[in-house]
Design a protein around this ligand. Structure first.
Ligand code: FES
Length: 163
């Protein structure tokens, strides 16, 4: 997620993003998932009013939009933190102790996997292979990856990140 591309500070802004994205898919059949993906990449998640607007624009009942967004795990219905800490749980990272890395990051931040800190700064997320297996175990925050981690190093990285 590129923080500079994120919009959606307020509801009007979020709806403007939907209108802009939907206009690119006007007249395209089966565009619901790409629209959801595109909107989420712009505003970080899919709040209710955004899904309703997507339904209007795509000519799909709102219930169907909610159904699709809740079925696929790639879609978020809740806001994410300023920084998403992606902890790789692909095979190489799993073998190299990804479980202990998630545990360390979560305990440092005081959240469970998948949750966001109360101050909205971090969301922790387990992900599939992020493509740098030789550095396992790996975490990624924004575009930065950190490899060959120990649990203590992972704690330090999140403690210091964004300071
Ligand atoms: S398995 Fe973690 S980077 Fe590939």
């Amino acid at each position: 997620m590129e923080k500079t591309a994120l919009r959606g500070e307020d509801a009007a802004d979020r709806l403007a993003v939907v209108d802009e994205v939907a206009s690119k898919y006007a007249g395209t059949k089966g565009a619901l998932i790409p629209i959801l993906q595109n909107v989420q990449s712009r505003i970080g998640y899919l709040p209710t009013e955004v899904m309703e607007r997507i339904g209007e624009k795509a000519g799909v009942p709102a219930a169907q939009v909610f159904g699709v967004a809740s079925f696929y795990s790639q879609f978020r219905l809740e806001p994410v933190g300023r920084y998403v800490v992606k902890v790789c749980h692909g095979t190489a990272c799993h073998v190299q102790g990804a479980g202990a890395i998630t545990e360390a990051v979560c305990s440092e931040l005081g959240v469970e996997d998948g949750e966001t800190t109360a101050d909205g700064k971090f969301t922790v997320e387990s992900v599939a292979c992020i493509g740098c297996c030789s550095l396992a175990p790996v975490i990624m925050i924004e575009e930065n990856s950190f490899g060959r981690l120990t649990p203590d190093e992972a704690r330090r990285i999140v403690r210091e990140y964004g300071d």
